[in-house]
Design a protein around this ligand. Structure first.
Ligand SMILES: *[C@@H]1O[C@H](CO)[C@@H](O)[C@H](O)[C@H]1NC(C)=O
Ligand SMILES: *[C@@H]1O[C@H](CO)[C@@H](O)[C@H](O)[C@H]1NC(C)=O
Ligand SMILES: *[C@@H]1O[C@H](CO)[C@@H](O)[C@H](O)[C@H]1NC(C)=O
Ligand SMILES: *[C@@H]1O[C@H](CO)[C@@H](O)[C@H](O)[C@H]1NC(C)=O
Ligand SMILES: *[C@@H]1O[C@H](CO)[C@@H](O)[C@H](O)[C@H]1NC(C)=O
Ligand SMILES: *[C@@H]1O[C@H](CO)[C@@H](O)[C@H](O)[C@H]1NC(C)=O
Length: 357
C-alpha cells in the first residue's frame, strides 16, 4: 500500500523568563555521548560493503508554516541491513562512516534538505525501508557526528536536547520518529516524551484516503508551558523553570521532560514526593490497593508490609519509588527483570498512576 506522510511545522518566537537555562553551543569536545543521542549501526563499520537495494519507498511531504527561509529537514535511521543512513536532497541514502579516533567527527556530506519559505511544500521520497528513523526539522542547521562504537559499528551522534553545550543547542529543532518496516509496516509519532520544542503535526495518507492525523502541540506550546512552570516554581520552590532552555537572546527553544532534566541534575526534585509516598505506603498498609490491570490478571490487590508493596500473584514486591522512578515510570521498582511473571508485567504499567489514595 502506498503511503504518504505529511509533516507540518509551526513555530513562534516568544520571549523567556529569568529561570530558563541559557544554552551556549560548543564544539565536538562539548558533545556528551549517551544512548539517548546515538543511533548505532548493527553492522560493522570496518567491513561494511552492503547496500540496501530492497523496496520500501515512502513519500514524505513537508509543509513549512514557519516564517523563516532557513528551515532544514534531516532524515536519520537504519536501513534494512542495519546500516546507518541519512537522506540526501537527491533522494538517495548517504551511509555515514566512523573512524576509530574516539573523537566525534562531523558528518560533512550533503544531508540537509532545505525547505522553502513559509507556506511552501517540499516533497521527498525515502528510497527504502527505515527503522529507528527520525525526521529532524530545524530553523537553521543541525550538526551530526559519528564515532565508532565498541563493536566497531558506526554510531551517529545526533543533536542532544539536554546538553546546553551541544553544538546544535542554540537551534530550534524537533523530530518525528518513524519506522517503516517490511514486516510490520509504518509507525510514526511526535511523542514529545523527551521535550517540547519546535511544534510539529502530521497526517498519514494512504491509498484509501487521509485517515490518521496527529495535530501535536500548538505553536506557542513551549512558551506556555514555561510560563506555567515558572509559576509552579514560585509556588513550590522546585526547579521547574530550569526545564526551560532559551537561547542567548531569551527565546524559549525547548522544555525538557523532568526525566531528561534529571540526566543533567540528578538531585533535582529529590524529595518532591517523599512525604506523599510515605503517606501512600502507610495508607495501603491497612487498606488494599486494587489495581485494574486491564489485562488477563484482572483486578489485583496489593498491600504494604515491611515497607514493600506486595501484589497478589506477583512474583516480587515494590519498594518506595523515588522522584526519578515516578517521572520515568520504568526504573527502580517499575523496572522489569528477568523472571518477572505475567501479573508483574500487568501491574507495572498501571502502578505509578495508582499510587494515590
Ligand atoms: C507534493 O506532494 C503532494 C501529495 O502527493 C502533491 O499534492 C503536491 O502537489 C506535491 N507538491 C510539490 C511542490 O511537488
Ligand atoms: C552507541 O555506541 C556508543 C559508543 O560505543 C555508546 O556510547 C552508545 O550508548 C550507543 N548507543 C546506543 C543507543 O546503544
Ligand atoms: C515512536 O516511534 C518509534 C519508531 O517507530 C518507536 O521506536 C518509539 O517507541 C515510538 N515512541 C512512542 C512513545 O510511541
Ligand atoms: C484508514 O484507512 C484504511 C483504508 O481505507 C482503513 O482500512 C483503516 O481502517 C482506516 N483507519 C482509520 C483509523 O480510520
Ligand atoms: C480486594 O480487596 C477488597 C477489600 O478487601 C475485596 O473486597 C476484593 O474482593 C479484593 N479483590 C480481589 C481481586 O482480590
Ligand atoms: C523486611 O525487609 C528486609 C529488607 O528487604 C529484610 O531483610 C527483612 O528480612 C524483612 N523482614 C521481614 C519480617 O520480612
Amino acid at each position: 500500500m502506498q503511503a504518504l506522510l505529511n509533516i507540518l511545522l509551526a513555530l513562534s518566537f516568544l520571549f523567556s523568563h529569568a529561570l530558563a537555562v541559557v544554552v551556549s553551543p560548543g564544539g565536538p569536545a562539548n558533545i556528551v555521548i549517551t544512548k539517548e543521542n546515538t543511533i548505532n549501526a548493527t553492522t560493522d563499520a570496518r567491513t561494511k560493503v552492503r547496500r540496501d537495494t530492497s523496496s520500501g519507498t515512502l513519500d514524505l511531504s513537508f509543509l513549512n508554516n514557519i516564517d523563516s527561509p532557513y528551515v532544514n529537514a534531516y532524515v536519520t535511521g537504519l536501513d534494512s541491513n542495519g546500516d546507518l543512513v541519512m537522506l540526501q536532497p537527491d533522494g538517495t541514502w548517504y551511509y555515514p562512516t566512523a573512524d576509530s579516533s574516539g573523537v566525534p567527527q562531523a558528518v560533512e556530506a550533503d544531508i540537509a534538505i532545505s525547505l522553502g519559505g513559509q507556506g511552501s511544500v517540499t516533497n521527498i521520497t525515502l528510497p527504502g525501508w527505515i527503522s529507528s528513523g527520525r525526521v529532524y526539522f530545524a530553523d537553521g542547521s543541525l550538526q551530526f557526528f559519528t564515532v565508532q562504537s565498541a563493536t566497531g559499528a558506526a554510531s551517529l551522534v545526533t543533536p542532544s536536547a539536554v546538553n546546553p553545550s551541544d553544538p546544535s543547542a542554540g537551534v530550534n529543532w524537533g523530530f518525528v520518529e518513524l519506522t517503516n518496516d517490511e514486516t510490520y509496516g509504518l509507525y510514526a509519532n511526535i511523542s514529545y516524551v523527551d521535550f517540547i520544542g519546535l511544534a510539529l503535526g502530521m497526517t498519514l495518507t494512504t491509498s484509501g484516503g487521509t485517515n490518521q492525523t496527529a495535530l501535536g502541540v500548538q505553536s506557542t506550546a513551549a512558551i506556555g508551558v514555561c510560563t506555567d512552570l515558572t509559576a509552579q516554581a514560585a509556588s513550590d520552590g522546585q526547579p521547574w523553570g530550569e526545564l526551560c532552555m532559551s537561547d542567548s537572546t531569551g527565546r524559549v527553544l525547548r522544555v525538557l521532560s523532568p526525566t531528561d532534566y534529571l540526566s543533567i541534575d540528578s538531585t533535582a526534585f529529590e524529595d518532591y514526593w517523599t512525604s506523599y509516598i510515605d503517606e501512600v505506603w502507610s495508607y495501603y498498609t491497612t487498606t488494599p490497593l486494587t489495581i485494574d490491570t486491564q489485562a488477563a490478571a484482572g483486578e489485583v490487590n496489593c498491600t504494604v508490609s515491611n515497607v514493600t508493596l506486595y501484589c497478589d500473584g506477583d512474583n516480587r514486591g515494590y519498594a518506595k519509588p523515588t522522584a526519578t522512578d515516578l517521572f520515568g515510570c520504568n526504573g527502580g521498582p517499575f523496572a522489569i527483570e528477568g523472571g518477572d511473571n505475567a501479573v508483574h508485567y500487568a501491574v507495572v504499567p498501571r502502578l505509578p498512576t495508582n499510587l494515590v489514595f
